[in-house]
Structure formats: C-alpha cells, structure tokens
Design a protein around this ligand. Structure first.
Ligand code: TXE
Length: 504
C-alpha cells in the first residue's frame, strides 16, 4: 500500500549544484491522479532559471573537473549512479506512482531495470573513440576525435518520467555532455528525488545535471532556444515535438525526438491464440494505454475475428481497476485531467464515426473500482482504418479492432498511418514473421511478444514518430560530434593558392 501523507511536500529545484527556488518565487501544485488531491509543491521556473541552468551547464561542460575527467572515470561515475538507483528503486517508484498514477508493479519494474542503462553506458564510456584515417597522402597523419556536443536540453513527459530521462542522460554523460532537464509539469517530483538520492551522492561535478521545473512553453521554449544549448532530446506528443523541432532548427541545434504512435498489433490465424489475446491486452490496457508504443490498432485476420474478439472481451473484462499503489491492480487512473478529457472525447468520436463499442466506452465509476480519472477498458470493433479513432493517438485504454483478409492487406493497413513507432505480429510462420518485419514501416517490430524494451536495443520512430534512436550503442552518437585532425609531416607547402588535394 502506498503511503499517502496529507501534508504537502515542498520541493526546490536543482541548478548549478544547489537546491533553490524559482526566480519568480512561485510554486505550483502537483496532483495524485488516484485521489485527485494535490500532494506536493514544485518551483515554477521561467526563462531566468533556464538561463541560469544553461550557463551553469555550459561552465561545467567547458571548465573544471568534468571535461578534465578521463572517460574511464566518467564510466565509473555512471556505474555509481546505477548502484544508487538500485538502492532507492522502491522509493523512486512510489514517488512516480504518486505523481502519475501508473501501477506500482509497472513503475517498480521500470525502476529496477533502470540501473542497466547507467551500467551499460558506463561501460561504453571509455570505448568511445575516433579512428586513425589512412589519408591519401604519405606525409599526413590523420585521425578523428569523438567529442561531446555540449549542453543538452532534455524535455520529458509524464508517462515514464525517470526511465525516459535515463534513456537520454546515461548516453549523454557517457559522451561527456552536461544536461538541463525539464520534466513534465505533471510529474516533476521523482526527478527531484533522483537528484537528491542519486546524483548528489554520486558526486557529479557541480552544474553537470540541472533541473528546471515548470510549465511547457514557459520553460521549454527558452530552453530549446538558449544559445548555450547544443542538443535537444525530447519525448512527448507530435504537436509539441514539431514546435520543438522548429525552434531548435533556427539555431542549428541537434535534435532527437521520440513522439507518439498508432501502432498496429497484427494477428494472423496461425498464431497461438491465447498468447495473442494476452499480447493484445498488454498492448493497449497496460499502463492504462498511456504509452507511446500502445498497440492501439488491433488488426485481426477475418477468419479468427469472432472467436478472438470474444476471448479478448472476456479477458479485458477481468482487468482489476483500482488503487495504482496496490500490486494487484491492473488498470489505474489516467494521469492528467486534459488526458482524461481527450480519451473521453475520442470515445465519442469513435461512436459518432459508427464504430461498435463492445466493451467499456466511458468513465469508470467508484463502484466499479474506478474513480475521478478512470476510463473503462474500451474496445471498438468494425473500425475502418480511415476513421479518426484509427488514425489519431488517443493515449488511453481504447482499442480499435480492424479486420484484414491476407498479408498484403495487413501490410497496407499497418502502413497507412502518419506514425511508425512500433508494431506487433502474431504468427507461427517464420516466413510470415520475417516478411512482415521487413515490410512494416516502424522503428520496432515485435513478433509473438509486445511492449518489450531493453537498454541494448535501439528504440525510435519512423515517419511522424520521431527522429533518431535511443538505447543501444548507436544512441551515444547523438551526443557526439566528430573532429578531423590533419598532421603534416612533410616540409614545405606547395602552391598556397590551390586547395591541398592528393593531386596538388
Ligand atoms: O505532451 P507534451 P502532453 C502524446 C499523447 C498525449 C499528447 C499530449 O498523445 O495525449 O502527446 O500530451 C513539454 N516547448 N504523448 O500535452 O505537450 C511539456 O511540459 C517545449 C506521447 O502531456 O508533448 C512536457 O515536459 N516543451 C508521449 C513535454 O513537453 C514543451 C508522452 C511533453 O509534453 C512545450 C506524452 C513547448 N512549447 C504525451 N509544450 C510519448 N511519446 O510517450 C509542452 N512542453
């Protein structure tokens, strides 16, 4: 059972190695989505705090102990961070549940897995290096250096706060960058606890990690446009991502974006039916559907449509709604009031479009285990892929079931979408699995599983689902730039008015 003290916890933010209030002196309340009550106060930063944080991060990047540290020492520091997360995983998970209302079982699993990111990139830190290049001139010794890009701005959402910070912070620190993090205004507390319990005791040099808490545009836009920021890594919605991309482009910042999705979960009639039913459930009702990789379009082969839907409804009906702080709860509240309204409005849209609601279809009242921000697990059948309920991201427990005839039609429907984040394929045929994996335009394809992630596996989107990849060895490249060094070992110079090529 989650401890829910009734007195408001009062947080400060963390800039330049110091706990402080916002320049405005203002604070805003953060809410527990389960009780609907405020539980903590968060500093309301603005452009002044952003400026202070970016200047501090730049100083830490440019001078002092951080740039002087060997890559091996940086790796050791990252591993120390990992060990401290292990020590505090339970507390951090509980704070996340208090702030975003996701299940304790889900948040604890994330926090217990999170150290792996810091161990992995800690191990990678001293394997980052350039190359000697055999330049096509005998007197030149040529080589490349891999250098950190500089100050990184991280803008993160409310659904998996510390995990999504980790996907950015661990490779950035391994590369030698410094960071200014703007968490979602709905879920700031776990990041501030992470600073207190992990970053401070790990003894990172002052200014290497900074936090600017506050509202989206007020803090996010000055951060993205700040002249000392070299790189922006953002996870959030497509509309905000487009704005961030546009602002960052004006000053040529490097950008990576992890945006939304409308992922197809495709079930063929040669699947193991019970596995696929469980996979469909985990794709849409886990995390109350508030996940970028939600399998929100269930594509069912027409030959198994009826028995599959029957089993699906039977299993979804048993989902236990309730307090996200209890381990037995399976579906918790929606995290934010705007998100709750958005989900309900999409249910209305689907009904108006003529989709058939076969389960749920509205708020879940207290008598059914729900409460203020609960939505019933909802299934629509008879969905046409051109309907808005099939094309737009709902980010809630709402599933659209779409029929298909054969492989060709499944591919066509799967790819007929602006997004390309994930996809599921359920089949026992190796030929079909590999063909589908090749033909689906998405950053991840799961076969006979769904919603699996790892620090080792690249993650990111095709099309409107984003730019760049997080996780895996290639993620560190997003925080590096290459410098080419030419050393001439020959006397004299040739014609100074002609470019030095192999032939001049
Ligand atoms: O996200 P926003 P919201 C999708 C999902 C959801 C929709 C809106 O469909 O319904 O986005 O959710 C900061 N400049 N995802 O409004 O706005 C904001 O403070 C700079 C998918 O909560 O994208 C927060 O820190 N920053 C997703 C972060 O952007 C700005 C997870 C994300 O918020 C800003 C969340 C601005 N102008 C929502 N405006 C995923 N990919 O997992 C806001 N922000």
């Amino acid at each position: 059972m989650l401890d829910r003290p009734t007195t408001l916890k009062d947080y400060q933010t963390y800039i330049d190695g110091t706990w402080c209030n916002a320049a405005s002196g203002k604070k805003f309340q953060t809410f527990d989505p389960y009780t609907g009550e405020p539980w903590a106060l968060i500093p309301e930063c603005d452009a002044r705090d952003v400026d202070r944080a970016c200047e501090a991060a730049y100083r830490a990047f440019d001078t002092g102990p951080w740039p002087a540290m060997t890559q091996t020492a940086r790796g050791r520091l990252l591993r120390r961070i990992a060990g401290l997360i292990e020590k505090h995983a339970e507390h951090l998970a509980e704070v996340e549940v208090r702030d975003n209302g996701k299940l304790i079982s889900e948040m604890l699993a994330q926090l217990k897995y999170l150290p792996e990111w810091y161990y992995y990139y800690g191990g990678l830190a001293d394997k980052i290096h350039g190359q000697v290049v055999p330049v096509d001139r005998p007197d030149i010794f040529g080589y490349t250096l891999k250098e950190p890009v500089g100050v990184c701005a991280f803008i993160t959402p409310w659904n998996s706060p510390l995990m999504l910070v980790g996907w950015k912070l661990a490779p950035a620190l391994a590369a030698g960058c410094t960071a200014v993090i703007k968490p979602s205004e709905f879920t700031t507390a776990s990041l501030l606890e992470f600073i207190k319990l992990v970053i401070e005791p790990a003894e990172l040099p002052r200014g290497v990690v900074n936090v600017v808490s506050g509202y989206g545009a007020v803090v996010g836009e000055p951060l993205v446009t700040h002249p000392k920021v070299a790189k922006v890594a953002f996870t959030g919605g497509t509309v905000t991502g487009a704005r961030v991309n546009e602002l960052a482009a004006k000053s040529f910042k490097k950008v990576s974006l992890e945006l939304g999705g409308k992922s197809p979960n495709i079930v063929f009639d040669d699947c193991v039916l019970d596995d696929a039913v469980a996979g469909a459930i985990s794709g849409i009702f886990a995390a109350t559907g508030q996940t970028c990789i939600a399998g929100s379009r269930l594509l069912l082969q027409d030959t198994i449509h009826e028995p599959f839907v029957e089993k699906l409804i039977a299993m979804a009906r048993t989902a236990k709604l309730g307090d996200p702080g209890l381990v037995e709860t399976q579906v918790g509240p929606v995290t934010t009031p705007p998100q709750y309204q958005k989900i309900l409005s999409y249910i209305d849209i689907a009904k108006a479009e003529g989709a058939r609601c076969v389960l749920g279809g509205g708020p879940a009242p207290k008598e059914e285990g729900g409460g203020k921000y609960f939505v019933k697990p909802t299934i629509f059948t008879g969905v046409n892929n051109r309907m808005r309920i099939a094309q737009e991201e709902v980010f809630g427990p709402v599933l659209s079931v779409i029929k298909f005839r054969d492989e060709e039609e499944a591919v066509a429907i799967a790819n007929d979408i602006a997004y390309g984040l994930g996809a599921g394929v359920w089949t026992q045929s190796v030929r079909r699995a590999t063909t589908m994996a090749r033909r689906i335009r998405a950053g991840t394809v799961w076969v006979n599983t769904y919603r699996a992630v790892s620090f080792l596996m690249p993650f990111g989107g095709y099309k409107a689902s984003g730019i760049g990849r997080e996780n895996g060895a290639e993620a560190v490249e997003a925080y590096l730039q290459t410098k080419s060094v030419w050393i001439n070992n020959a006397p004299g110079g040739g014609n100074p008015f002609v470019m030095r090529t192999a032939t001049s």
